[in-house]
Design a protein around this ligand. Structure first.
Ligand code: G4P
Length: 530
């Protein structure tokens, strides 16, 4: 029996955590799962050092470096709601993967290290959220360690992100001396926490009334009360509309490692984060939640696990009910796709998923026919807008290290292109034996090198090219660029979509090209960080 998609969608919250590396994303992920009782002790999903258990990092390289390049999806229940937590790539380069994951969520938790404030990766990821209209909940982490002042952090968010911070919890005690938290919706009391040893269980929470807090915490309580009074005067109250419009962000304080403030954050995901909404269609209008099934493929990943050498496509259900085994249509080709092997993916575990509702993520195994950005639908046709391809800024010629492994080399490069790990470009001048890899961030090249060697048995050599700009042009523009003696640049074709690209070392050369060939188009591509 399948349930009612609108009712099921209403109790779903699909979100991601965005942060700079080391701010505590893995720790918070575990803590959230722990509170939702998806795991019995922290350390089961992610974790470093002694806390490492089942890693959701599939690749050896990820484990060696402690980074997460692929995306995992975790589903758990809290207060009768179903929470889908999508992992964003944790490495320090912006990559298109992140954008794709954020295309599949309805809300993001922006995690900030109390000592460091906003960091580079936080900024980039926040830009993506703003670009996609994803509302952001802020969690200031590591309040158990010395850090910035709470008001200072709010100022930083406001001035740098033009985002109005609306605190929902407020710390009693400065960073490094956390006495407790005030839930600003219930200001006359303090929540005091006793962390369990190692932080592997939920912290004990005690409600302390205002008189007792004043007597026991003295200065710290007075100061928190004054700050709260100041905040309420300046109108920093959470409101749904500006939050969902990306104008304000509810702010929470805590320490993920000790599980402090995590329950309140989890409650906020349930209470504040929006449920799945009708999704805009390419042709205009939206696909209602209770329309027949539709889904968006936001990530394709091969060989995540050596035990299953296959390709898995992660699809977010956008409308209707997904039933395993149903035959759906791939919008790009109009061809049917059978969903016999549909899984939910949790860390390295896979279990068959029988039913999924809007907001849920399904892993489709044996999905060689599917591409990132694909729409799948049943009955009534639908197609969501394509995922944007970002302007690459790094370019390198790739060659097989061993000429005897050319077949494996070709297969690997084609596969990585289809997955969107890098963009693959070719030109008549260089020939197909020497494709050019184009990346938004250089870490993408490391992933290519690692996967080519370990998965496809074809080690590669990369020779960086001295270009940093790509512009879209047409066939004539491409020929003109290759002919020109004045402009330093080179024309290539992007395999994925057949677009002609001009590569240039800097803006000076794009300007020269435009002066020399005023009739040839030179269109900017979408910048990764606008
Ligand atoms: P990431 O996924 O964002 O990269 O961060 P991760 O959770 O791995 O956390 C980075 C470091 O910050 C870890 O320390 C972790 O224990 C610590 N951390 C996370 N949350 C808190 C917190 O609330 N308070 C404090 N004091 N520390 C926190 P590490 O030394 O790199 O690893 P470990 O050996 O302690 O696990």
């Amino acid at each position: 029996m399948s349930g009612n998609p609108a009712a099921e969608a209403a109790r779903r919250r699909t979100f991601a955590v965005i942060s700079h590396p080391d701010a505590g994303k893995s720790t918070l992920t575990e803590a959230l799962a722990l509170h939702a009782q998806a795991i019995t002790s922290a350390g089961a999903v992610h974790g470093k050092g002694a806390r490492r258990g089942v890693a959701s990092d599939w690749m050896e390289m990820e484990q060696a470096r402690g980074i997460s390049v692929t995306s995992a999806v975790m589903q758990f229940e809290h207060r009768g709601q179903v929470l889908n937590l999508l992992d964003t790539p944790g490495h320090s380069d912006f990559s298109e993967d992140t954008y794709r994951v954020l295309a599949a969520v309805d809300c993001a938790i922006m995690l900030i290290d109390a000592a460091k404030g906003l960091e580079e990766q936080t900024r980039k990821l926040f830009d993506v959220c703003r670009h996609r209209g994803v509302p952001v909940i802020t969690f200031v982490n590591k309040w158990d360690r010395p850090g910035l002042e709470a008001l200072e952090l709010l100022d930083e968010i406001e001035s740098e992100f033009r985002l109005r911070p609306t605190p929902v919890t407020w710390p009693v005690g400065i960073a490094g001396d956390l006495r407790g938290l005030v839930d600003v919706r219930e200001p006359g009391r303090m929540l005091r926490y006793t962390r369990t040893p190692g932080g592997s269980k939920e912290a004990l929470e005690e409600v302390v009334d205002a008189d007792r807090a004043a007597a026991e915490e003295g200065e710290d309580w007075t100061r928190a009360a004054e700050e709260l009074a100041l905040l309420s005067e300046t109108g920093g109250e959470h409101e749904r509309e500006p939050f969902e419009a990306g104008v304000s962000t509810p702010v929470f304080f805590g320490a993920a490692l000790s599980n402090i403030g995590v329950r309140l954050l989890l409650d906020a995901v349930v209470d504040l984060a929006p449920a799945p909404a009708p999704r805009p269609l390419r042709a205009g209008g939206t696909r209602p939640i209770d329309a027949p099934f539709s889904g968006l493929v936001f990530k394709v990943q091969a060989n995540m696990d050596r035990a299953h050498r296959d390709r898995i496509a992660f699809m977010r259900v956008c409308s209707g009910v997904f039933e395993r085994g149903m035959t759906v249509t791939r919008a790009a080709t109009g061809r049917p796709f059978a969903t016999k092997y549909a899984h939910s993916v949790f860390g390295q575990d896979r279990t068959s998923v029988e039913l999924a509702y809007p907001g849920d993520v399904v892993g489709l195994v044996n999905a060689a026919a599917l591409r990132v950005g694909d729409t799948l639908y049943a009955e009534k046709s639908a197609e969501f807008p394509p995922m944007p391809t970002f302007a690459p800024e790094h370019f390198a010629v790739v060659r097989p290290a061993d000429i005897g492994r050319t077949k494996q080399f070709r297969r690997g490069i084609a596969q990585l292109d289809e997955e969107g790990v890098v963009q693959v470009l070719v030109s008549d001048r260089r020939g197909e034996q020497a494709p050019v890899l184009a990346a938004v961030g250089p870490m993408q090249f490391d992933v290519v090198q690692h996967r080519m060697e370990n998965e496809f048995g074809a080690a590669v050599r990369l020779e960086p090219l001295g270009y940093s700009l790509a512009r879209a042009t047409d066939k004539d523009g491409a020929e003109a660029l290759n002919r020109s003696r004045l402009v330093h640049g080179e024309a290539m074709v992007r395999i994925r979509d057949g677009v002609h690209l001009g590569l240039f070392p800097n803006r000076w050369h794009t300007s020269s090209f435009e002066r020399e060939f005023p009739d040839s188009p030179l269109e900017p591509l979408i910048a990764a960080h606008e």
